[in-house]
Design a protein around this ligand. Structure first.
Ligand SMILES: Cc1ncc(COP(=O)(O)O)c(C=O)c1O
Length: 362
């Protein structure tokens, strides 16, 4: 199995050790365990009675019920738990994608539905879209014809593009007509201000992944999941003993706490994205050299007409400012900007970018 480098993660791992301003951090600001429990008004001592055995191999009933509650018409039997969304994506792709299949994927995107799918013999057909223009849905629906699968990251990483309920209905209808599988990574669901519709459905043809890493702000808890028909979920669960076996009961317990307080946790994230969106729009007026994607939420591509890889490296070396270049997504003249970060970090970081861009020479 040949696997190409995971460009964005490799770039972040290389640079993340020594930073002052991280403008590409994709999660809501992560908590310590104590901060998290305080935020949810939950006592810490309940964790001490957690039994560290091979309990609830497929995830506790409470956890699967709480996850199902995030979706319309989904029951706990349609949920398979995973170690983060990455593991959910990989389990889903290994189970449902086969060598020789043709898969359409909107790009730029996260490397799972391109590189990993290719590594298991899938022929990936990129549907390249310009993030500053409306998504050409008609052309996408047309290109779905003849495909075995469609792989979508919604909201998209890095552009933030988010399909509306109406677009999702059309894509699902077309998938039904073409007999193709829909595999959708919803890692960034609830990281948008106005559109949270999920593709999830109790169907053999629809496989959706999600987790607690982004909007909930618990990437270190490593909890993700897959949603599909009971038949598909039973299949995934029958294979789990070959790799993850189970989540730790501690992960399960903390995830249950998070999911029973999504009102508090999502409000925290939304308030930050709202404040940062307002600030960014003001900044763009003063910095007309820059423009952003048509995004509804936390992730944007920030565009400017100069070498993004070189500018990122310069900002990192001079300020320890981290701004992931578009090159991590096979794009140029742009950077992935996240609006779920601390507003003060965004403000100071954009001020540095503004000053440096005025004198920048390649
Ligand atoms: C689209 C997408 N899917 C999955 C992941 C990985 O999520 P997790 O940390 O829960 O494995 C990321 C992380 O950045 C992501 O951007």
């Amino acid at each position: 199995m040949e696997l190409k480098p995971f460009q964005i993660e490799d770039w972040l791992n290389l640079h993340e050790q020594k930073i002052r301003w991280h403008l590409s951090e994709s999660c809501a600001h992560p908590f310590t365990v104590q901060q998290f429990l305080d935020c949810c008004h939950e006592p810490a001592d309940q964790l001490l009675s957690c039994h560290l055995g091979y309990d609830d191999i497929i995830g506790s009933e409470q956890l699967r019920t709480e996850i199902a509650g995030l979706y319309e018409h989904i029951s706990k039997d349609s949920i398979a738990v995973a170690v983060g969304i990455s593991n959910a994506n990989v389990m889903a792709m290994m189970e449902f994608l086969k060598p020789g299949m043709k898969m359409l994927t909107p790009t730029p995107t996260y490397d799972h539905f391109t590189n990993f799918a290719e590594s298991i013999g899938v022929h990936v057909y990129p549907f390249e879209f310009d993030d500053r223009k409306p998504f050409d849905l008609d052309s996408f629906l047309d290109q779905m014809k003849g495909m075995d699968a469609v792989g979508i990251v919604n909201p998209n990483n890095p552009t933030g593009y988010t399909f509306s309920r109406e677009e999702i209905t059309k894509i699902k209808h077309q998938a039904e007509q073409c007999g193709c599988l829909l595999i959708v990574d919803e890692a960034y669901r609830f990281m948008t201000l106005d559109e949270h519709t999920s593709f999830a459905e109790d169907s053999d043809r629809v496989i959706v992944t999600g987790g607690l890493s982004k909007a909930i702000g618990l990437p270190g808890l490593r909890v993700g999941w897959i949603i599909s028909s009971k038949k598909n979920i039973d299949l995934i669960n029958s294979r789990r003993n070959y790799h993850i076996i189970a989540l730790s009961p501690l992960q399960d317990r903390l995830a249950c706490i998070a999911l029973s307080h999504t009102d508090i946790l999502l409000k925290r994230t939304e308030a930050v994205i709202q404040a940062n969106t307002a600030y960014l729009h003001g900044w763009l007026k003063d910095n007309p050299m820059f423009s952003i994607s048509l995004s509804h939420g936390s992730l944007h591509l920030l565009h400017a007409p100069f070498n993004s890889a070189a500018f990122s490296e310069y900002l990192y070396q001079k300020y320890q400012l981290l701004l992931a270049p578009g090159e991590c997504f096979n794009e140029s003249n742009c950077w992935r900007l996240s609006l779920s970060i601390d507003p003060e970090v965004l403000k100071q970081g954009l001020q540095i970018i503004s000053e440096e861009s005025k004198t920048w020479k390649e």
